[in-house]
Design a protein around this ligand. Structure first.
Ligand SMILES: Cc1cc2nc3c(=O)[nH]c(=O)nc-3n(C[C@H](O)[C@H](O)[C@H](O)COP(=O)(O)OP(=O)(O)OC[C@H]3O[C@@H](n4cnc5c(N)ncnc54)[C@H](O)[C@@H]3O)c2cc1C
Length: 304
C-alpha cells in the first residue's frame, strides 16, 4: 500500500505544496529543503549534547550528469559544513551517485566526495538501500576501502539473511558499521519476514559488533534492543565511548534525550533537501500512527 502511495502523483503534489512550509507536517522528520535549515537543526541538537549526521536527500539518479551533479553538491555541502562549524559527519546513498548506471561512475563520484571529506576530517557513512543494491554497495565500499579511504563506513540491515556474514567481513576489515533493521520491503528469498526474527537477528548482530567491531553505531528506536545493548556492553566492560546510538530526526526525541542524560553517545541523522518525498514515505510506512498525524496537519493547514 505504501509503495502505491509513494507513487501517487496527487499525494506527492499535496505533500510538496504543504509538507515543507514553516509549520508543514513533513518538518517533523525532515529539517528543511536547504542546507542552512539542516545546519540550524544540527546546532540545536548539538546544544542538547547530541552528535549529528547530515543527509542530503536524493536517490535513484539515472544519468551520469545527474550523478556528477549530486557529487558536486556534496563537495559544496562539505565546504558549507566546515564553514558552519558543526560536526563533520555526513551520510549518502550510492544510487544518488550513479550506482544504477555502473560501478565505475559511482566509485569516481564517491572518491570525489571522500577526498575533500578526508582533508577536512569528515566521516562519511554509506546508507544501505534495497536488496538489489546490497552486493554492489558493498563492492563499491570495498573498492574505496582498498584505495585506503578510512573516513568511510557502511550501514547493514539485520532484516537481510546475509547480514551476519557481511558483519563478520566488515569486522575483519576493521570497518565501521551502522546496524539498522532495514527500511525496505524485501522478499522471503533474501530477508526475514517476521518482525520477531528481524529483532532477534539485530540483537545477535549488535553483540557481534560490540565484541569484534570498530566503533559500531546501534541505529534503532527500539527500547528493548537499546536496553539490551546497554546491559550487554556494561557486562563486558565495553565503555560508552566504544560505540554510539543513532536515531532519526524527529523520532523518539524523548529516548534520544534520555540516552544523552545517561551519558551515551547519541547521533541524530538529519535529512534535508528538496527530494524528501521517498524518505518521508518510508517513515510513514513504518508507523501507521504517523499517517493520522500527517492527515490532521494537512487538514489543519488547508483550512487554517
Ligand atoms: C540513524 C539511522 C540510519 C538509518 N539508515 C538506514 C539505512 O541506511 N538503510 C535502511 O534500510 N534503513 C535505515 N534506517 C531505518 C531503519 O532501517 C528502520 O527502518 C527504522 O529505524 C525503524 O526501525 P527501528 O529500528 O526503529 O525499529 P522498529 O521496531 O520499527 O520501531 C521501534 C520503535 O521506534 C519507534 N519508531 C520507529 N519508526 C518510527 C517512525 N517512522 N515514526 C515514529 N516512530 C517510529 C516506535 O516507537 C517503534 O515502536 C536508519 C535508521 C536510523 C535510526
Amino acid at each position: 500500500m505504501f509503495s502505491l502511495l509513494a507513487r501517487s502523483v496527487t499525494l506527492k503534489r499535496l505533500a510538496s505544496q504543504y509538507g515543507m512550509t514553516p509549520t508543514g507536517f513533513a518538518r517533523r522528520f525532515i529539517a528543511g529543503e536547504t542546507i542552512n535549515e539542516a545546519i540550524d537543526a544540527a546546532r540545536v541538537l548539538q546544544g542538547r549534547g547530541m552528535h549529528v549526521a547530515l543527509d542530503y536527500l536524493g536517490e535513484s539518479v539515472n544519468t551520469i550528469k545527474a550523478a556528477t551533479t549530486a557529487s558536486r553538491e556534496y563537495v559544496q555541502l562539505i565546504e558549507t559544513i566546515v564553514a558552519s562549524g558543526i560536526e563533520r559527519n555526513i551520510s549518502l546513498k550510492l544510487t544518488q551517485l550513479g550506482m544504477t548506471i555502473d560501478k565505475a561512475t559511482c566509485v569516481d563520484n564517491l572518491r570525489r566526495i571522500l577526498e575533500p571529506a578526508a582533508r577536512h576530517q569528515f566521516f562519511v557513512r554509506i546508507d544501505m538501500e534495497s536488496s538489489p543494491y546490497t552486493q554492489l554497495t558493498l563492492d563499491v565500499f570495498e573498492t574505496v576501502w582498498s584505495l585506503d579511504f578510512r573516513n568511510v563506513g557502511i550501514a547493514l540491515q539485520s532484516a537481510l539473511l546475509r547480514t551476519e556474514q557481511d558483519i563478520r567481513r566488515m569486522n575483519e576489515l576493521g570497518a565501521r558499521v551502522r546496524l539498522v533493521k532495514g527500511a525496505y520491503k524485501e522478499p522471503a528469498s533474501v530477508a526475514f519476514q517476521l518482525k520477531a526474527d528481524v529483532d532477534a537477528a539485530y540483537t545477535r548482530q549488535m553483540r557481534l559488533l560490540l565484541d569484534h567491531g570498530v566503533y559500531p553505531a546501534i541505529a534503532t528506536h527500539d527500547e528493548e534492543i537499546i536496553a539490551e545493548t546497554r546491559s550487554y556492553a556494561a557486562e563486558r566492560s565495553i565503555g560508552p565511548d566504544r560505540f554510539e546510538f543513532q536515531m532519526l530526526y524527529g523520532i523518539r526525541r524523548d529516548l534520544q534525550a534520555s540516552l544523552v542524560a545517561a551519558r551515551y553517545r547519541m547521533r541524530v541523522y538529519i535529512p534535508f533537501g528538496k527530494e524528501w518525498f521517498p524518505y518521508f514515505m518510508r517513515r510513514l510506512g513504518e508507523r501507521p500512527a504517523n499517517i493520522g498525524f500527517v492527515l490532521r496537519a494537512l487538514l489543519g493547514e488547508k483550512t487554517g
